[in-house]
Structures are given as structure tokens and as C-alpha cells.
Design a protein around this ligand. Structure first.
Ligand code: ARG
Length: 484
């Protein structure tokens, strides 16, 4: 049984690795946070905008194959700095702090922070903000400005969510970069922009300090694009496009049913948005399934070591190692483990993020599975071992044929519980920019500014899977009882 598990996992990992395409062109990985129109946003499932367009062109000129990854804004500099990505292109403002971590190319555009308020707001400028609730996108220069000069802001994972909160009356103002602010205000009826710039900023692309050649090449390309007018052309094309997009306002209808219908259309049907959920669901299931297998293998191995050590006094060193593993894994949050495995342990390795997630969740789940199974083994009456031994079976044979099968049956409910927990825990995969089910809902949310339906849909899908899983486990248990 154990051998089969190993085999399945090896095959799965191999398949995932081979999934990386092997074109001859060197790959350039760009990271961005696609919630910042017109600089970067997702449309029809594609990341588009000024930044991707510029980088696409430069990459093509330099002979690179471009791969664009979407992640939280506050992780971008770290991703570039650690070598997870080659270039950060995300409307990133050049700041002294960031310059300590990464190189910046020459700037390609200037901007400023502005205040967005509700149409009927009495706020006239920065002087009125002291007593207000201010929303910002976490880790942005807007965040820094408000924190340093006004007060602790409410930090949202993207600007659109902050704006949605403002529009709904949950906060009083949002501080955000000019052009995205203009787009956000245009998409909402009840908002306006104050004309008082809080900062002067320059956007540039971030490149790792280990890669000065790339910096040089990019600067040469950008200089040329500036001189021949191509840069302006790209920027203007997107600006113009965005001033035209028909806003996605939910039409004010008076019947509840109509509102629900429209909102359903906007969140799931329009632009094929349901696909974010479908794709995310696939990834969630994929990660959960393989993490579960990995967790079982690790858990089994550790449980055997631990209970053998307990019962025979042997395997001291192995047992000690297992204990350290259990303490660390069970003593720290799974998100932190996921981030450490992604950014630190595999920091400079080009490895598929899905594989990273499988490893992280597998290692995490293994610790819990180990203790569950050990509990099961310990719960078997000592007489069973003695009986086995006196029948002439070795310790290993008794474990394998007599103890473990009984133990597994006893712990099945607890194991089932662990699988359910695991499935839901994978919802933090979005932290390493994986588009799992939860993140799929988030993407829809950031496009439609509607919190209710996308979150409800995501919750219902998890619930359905958990109910299905519980039912299957129940059946399985019943089957085992019959075989008794
Ligand atoms: N310019 C601001 C900064 O560098 C905000 C950038 C946000 N970009 C984004 N793609 N969400 O902090």
C-alpha cells in the first residue's frame, strides 16, 4: 500500500514538472498585481494593461519568452528580490526603501496619490481626513503616505475592494494612485475625486540586484521606446481605452429579483467569469488530492517510527527528529509555512507553484495524520501484539497484518476530518499567487466590486465538496464494519 502511494506521488510530481514547457527561448517571469487599471487588470481571463504591454514588447525585442504571474502587491518586491521572478511591473513607485531591495529601471510614467470620497461627502482635503476611516491598498505608497502622515488606514488587498467599501459607506475615503482612481470613480455613481495631489511619484520596473545585465538591457530598450514615441503610444492607447469602457454599474432596478438576476449575470456570466471558479475549483481539488497522499505517506511513516519507539524503545534518533517536525509543523500557521517554503526554501528554484503548494500542505497535513494514526495504533490492545508474536510473527509482521489494519479502521473518522480540514486550508494558496477556488472568487470580486455573490458561490462549492466527502467516508466506514 505504501509503495503504491509513493509511486502515485512520484508520477504526479513528474507530470507537474514536465508540464513546464520547454521552448528554446529563455523565460522572463514578470510579476504584477492585476487590480490596477489601466496599468494592469484582468479581462476575459487575460492579464492586460500598460505594464504587460510594455514588458511584452521589450521581452520580444530581447528574445525572451514572457510569463506573467499575478500576485498580491505587497509580495512583488520580495518575489523579484528573491529571484522568484525576473521583473516586477505593477505601477510600482520608486521609493528609497524599495531601492534597497531591488534595482529600478528608468521611470516610464509619473503619478500622484489622490483622495476618493463619496459624492455627498463633506471631506474637502487631506486636512479633514484625521477623523475619518481611510482605505488603502496594502503595501502601496498610498498606504505609506497615510500611515506616516495621517493615521493607521484600513488596508485592503486591492484598490477596487477599498473603493467598494467606500461606496458602501464602510469607510470615508480612499487614497490611491491617480489613474486607477479615475477608473474606479468612473465605474461608480456615488464617488468623486478630490483634486489635491498628496505625493509626486514615478513608476519604474523592478529587477533583482543579482541581475544587473537585465537592468541594463531593459534601460536601453526603454530609452529607445521613449525616444521613438512608442512608450507614449502604448500608454495613451490604454488610457484612451479605459476612458471608454462601459461601466459595470448594476442598473438600479427596483425589484429584488431583477437585482439578483443582474448581479448573477455580472458576477458569473459576463466575460465568462464563472471560469475563474471552475478553474480555481480544479486547482483546489488537485492540490488537496496530492497533498492528501503526501500527508498520508509522511503521516504513516512517522506514526510507525513513533509507536515503534514508544513500544520497543528503539529508533531513538528518528523519533527525536519526528518530534521536532511535529512540534514545528503543528506550532506554526500553515500560511506561514507555505510562504516560507515558497519564498525561502524554494526561493531561487524555478519550481511550479502547484508543486510547492502540494509539498507545503502535504508536509503540514502529515503532522496531523501522524498523530491520528499513532493514536490509532496505541489504542489497539497490547494483547494483540503479544498474540501475534506468540504465533511466531515478527514485530514488523504483527504491525503490518494485525495492528495497522485495526488501527486504520479506528481512526477513519478522524482521518476524514483531517481531509476536510485540508481541503479548506488550501484556500490560502492565493498567498503564493495560485488561482485556487478562493482566489477565483476574489478575482471576480475585484472586477465586479460585489462581495456577496462571489463569496457565496465559493462557500457553497466548498460546502458541497465537504458534504460529498463526508457521505463517501460514511459509506466507506459502513463497508468496513460489514467486513468485520
Ligand atoms: N504606485 C503605488 C505603489 O507603488 C501603487 C501600485 C499598486 N499597483 C498595483 N498593481 N496594484 O505603491
Amino acid at each position: 500500500m505504501l509503495k503504491k502511494f509513493y509511486l502515485i506521488i512520484l508520477v504526479a510530481l513528474a507530470v507537474s514538472f514536465c508540464g513546464c514547457d520547454q521552448t528554446e527561448k529563455p523565460k522572463l517571469i514578470m510579476v504584477t498585481n492585476a487590480t490596477f487599471p489601466p496599468y494592469e487588470y484582468i479581462e476575459k481571463g487575460q492579464i492586460d494593461g500598460i505594464d504587460p504591454a510594455i514588458i511584452k514588447e521589450v521581452a520580444a525585442n530581447l528574445g525572451y519568452e514572457l510569463e506573467i504571474q499575478d500576485m498580491n502587491f505587497e509580495s512583488i518586491i520580495a518575489a523579484v528580490q528573491s529571484g522568484k521572478a525576473d521583473i516586477g511591473a505593477s505601477g510600482i513607485t520608486v521609493t528609497e526603501e524599495r531601492k534597497k531591495q531591488v534595482f529600478f529601471t528608468i521611470p516610464y510614467v509619473v503619478s500622484e496619490q489622490l483622495i476618493i470620497v463619496r459624492e455627498d461627502s463633506a471631506i474637502q482635503g487631506v486636512k479633514d481626513l484625521q477623523k475619518c476611516k481611510i482605505g488603502v491598498q496594502h503595501g502601496t505608497t498610498g498606504d505609506y503616505f497615510v500611515t506616516e502622515n495621517i493615521k493607521e488606514p484600513e488596508r485592503f488587498s486591492n484598490g477596487a475592494l477599498a473603493v467598494a467599501a467606500l461606496s458602501a459607506g464602510k469607510i470615508d475615503a480612499v487614497v490611491c494612485d491617480r489613474e486607477p482612481s479615475e477608473v474606479f470613480v468612473r465605474q461608480r455613481k456615488n464617488l468623486r475625486l478630490l483634486n489635491e495631489p498628496l505625493t509626486y511619484e514615478e513608476y519604474a520596473f523592478a529587477i533583482g540586484k543579482y541581475n544587473p545585465e537585465l537592468l541594463e538591457k531593459f534601460n536601453a530598450e526603454l530609452t529607445q521606446m521613449k525616444q521613438n514615441g512608442r512608450l507614449k503610444e502604448i500608454v495613451n492607447a490604454y488610457r484612451h481605452n479605459h476612458s471608454k469602457t462601459i461601466s459595470e454599474k448594476v442598473v438600479e432596478s427596483n425589484t429584488f429579483l431583477l437585482v439578483v438576476k443582474e448581479s448573477f449575470y455580472l458576477n458569473f456570466v459576463k466575460d465568462g467569469r464563472y471560469k475563474y471558479l471552475v478553474k480555481g475549483f480544479g486547482i483546489t481539488i488537485y492540490i488537496t488530492f496530492f497533498a492528501l497522499l503526501l500527508g498520508l505517506v509522511i503521516g504513516f511513516a512517522i506514526a510507525i517510527v513513533r509507536s515503534t519507539a514508544d513500544q520497543t524503545g528503539g529508533l531513538r534518533i528518528l523519533n527525536a527528529i519526528c518530534k521536532v517536525y511535529l512540534t514545528i509543523i503543528r506550532g506554526t500557521p500553515v500560511v506561514v509555512q507555505l510562504l516560507i517554503i515558497y519564498f525561502v526554501i524554494f526561493g531561487s528554484v524555478d519550481i511550479d507553484k502547484i508543486v510547492v503548494a502540494i509539498i507545503a500542505f502535504g508536509i503540514n497535513s502529515g503532522a496531523y495524520v501522524a498523530e491520528i494514526i499513532r493514536g490509532g495504533i496505541m489504542s489497539i490492545d497490547k494483547g494483540q501484539m503479544e498474540a501475534g508474536r506468540s504465533l511466531g510473527l515478527s514485530y514488523t509482521q504483527t504491525m503490518k497484518y494485525i495492528i495497522t489494519p485495526q488501527a486504520i479502521k479506528n481512526v477513519l473518522p478522524a482521518l476524514g476530518n483531517e481531509f476536510i480540514v485540508l481541503l479548506k486550508e488550501t484556500s490560502v494558496s492565493g498567498y503564493i499567487a495560485l488561482q485556487d477556488l478562493t482566489k477565483g472568487g476574489d478575482i471576480i470580486r475585484s472586477q465586479t466590486y460585489d462581495a456577496f455573490l462571489p463569496l457565496l458561490a465559493v462557500a457553497v462549492i466548498y460546502l458541497a465538496v465537504v458534504m460529498l466527502l463526508s457521505a463517501l467516508l460514511g459509506k466507506f466506514e459502513k463497508g468496513l464494519k460489514k467486513n468485520e
